[in-house]
Design a protein around this ligand. Structure first.
Ligand code: NAD
Ligand code: UDP
Length: 317
């Protein structure tokens, strides 16, 4: 039975990835320091003989053990969270990644890094391909995350080049779905919470900025393929759904699905908020034979159902 160390396993994507791996018959060893993840997320795995969890900060140490795969999902990911944890974010993406890479080197484990579309910054090329170097403000508030992830990518590639380690890098674009914490601060949980509790929906700027949203079941499938397929050493692959929407369209769609009034509050756009973002997934299609299957409205409906349960709101959507 093949084993996987999942760092950040109690977070949003970590929870889905763990479930996917267990269903596929892998042994999962999960670590998390609960800085943005939650103990509730992993409760349902605790009785599974193939699942082990250890509360651990990967900046301070890594578990003992030999793993076939090491997957690094550990990092605050929501702008609100990484702006409130600036130094922790830089450390987990530097020292934390180094600790995991050293562990991978010791046992010759295959290493998968969860990077981000934020390495492209506020892009001047659209859609974004993997060979675009990005447009990042290195001293702006978002740099703690953007430059942290750029460092994480660089050190991962250094282990590939100089230690001959089998590494892969996923550049994840905006992903959403159940288990994204309602207080996470990102657009889908914020809008869902606001629409379900009768609060005004907070649109930053004029709402014309775009993102392209990938449902989490598609994302974990892509991550799994990038982790398991042979012959992809050193590859960097965009994973995301190219279906691009403005922030205002997202608010409109959520209100329409929930059948609630479009009550919007316009707030200032955060500094360096990317104006547009959309993945070019040609490489993922070619290397992984992967493309997302869940359309935005279907994914949103499932996600809103989950937020209704969590918030105990009894409306049909
Ligand atoms: P999340 O905040 O829900 O999960 C991150 C997890 O990492 C949390 O459980 C947190 O407690 C844990 N963690 C943070 N620092 C740690 C440390 N020092 N030691 C151990 N655990 C630590 O975020 P997510 O959306 O699940 O993101 C997972 C990964 O995917 C992150 O690396 C993120 O940068 C990347 N990513 C996510 C998205 C997205 O849209 N969800 C987009 C781009 C990249
Ligand atoms: N956003 C918004 N209102 C919110 C939360 C987010 O208008 O309550 C906007 C934000 O300014 C950005 C987009 O939605 O343009 C996506 O933001 P999110 O925090 O989800 O992630 P990002 O893609 O910026 O990392």
């Amino acid at each position: 039975m093949r084993s996987v160390l999942v760092a950040g396993g109690a977070g949003f994507i970590g929870t889905h990835f763990t479930e996917y791996l267990l269903n596929k018959g892998f042994k999962v060893f999960s670590v998390d320091n609960f800085s943005t993840g939650k103990p509730e997320n992993i409760k349902r795995f605790l009785g599974d003989p193939n699942y082990t969890f250890e509360e651990m900060d990967i900046v301070k140490g890594v578990p003992k053990g030999k793993f076939d795969f090491i997957v690094d999902l550990a990092s605050p990911a929501s702008p609100q969270k990484y702006l409130s944890l600036p130094v922790e974010t830089m450390l987990v993406n530097s020292v934390g990644v180094l600790n995991l890479l050293n562990l991978a080197k010791e046992n010759r484990s295959r290493f998968l890094l969860a990077s981000t579309s934020e390495v492209y910054g506020d892009p001047e090329v659209h859609p974004q391909r993997e060979d675009y170097w990005g447009h990042v403000n290195p001293i702006g508030p978002r740099s703690v995350y953007d430059e942290g992830k750029r460092f994480a990518e660089a050190i991962t590639m250094a282990f590939y080049r100089y230690e001959k380690l089998d590494v892969r890098i996923a550049r994840i674009f905006n992903t959403y779905g159940p288990y994204m914490d309602v207080g996470d601060g990102r657009i889908i949980p914020n809008f869902a919470y606001q629409a379900l509790t009768g609060k005004p929906i907070t649109i930053y700027g004029d709402g014309s900025q775009t993102r392209s949203f990938c449902y989490v079941s598609d994302m974990v499938e892509g991550l799994f393929l990038l982790m398991t397929l042979d012959g992809l050493e050193g590859e960097v692959v965009n994973l995301g759904n190219p279906d691009e929407r403005t922030v205002k369209e997202v608010a409109d769609l959520i209100c329409e699905i929930l059948n609630v009034p479009k009550n919007y509050e316009y707030l200032p756009l955060p500094q360096d908020d990317p104006k547009k973002r959309k993945p070019d997934i040609t490489k993922a299609k070619k290397l992984l034979n992967w493309s997302p299957k869940v359309d935005f409205e279907t994914g949103l409906r499932k996600t809103l159902e989950w937020y209704k349960e969590v918030l105990n709101v009894g409306k049909d959507v």
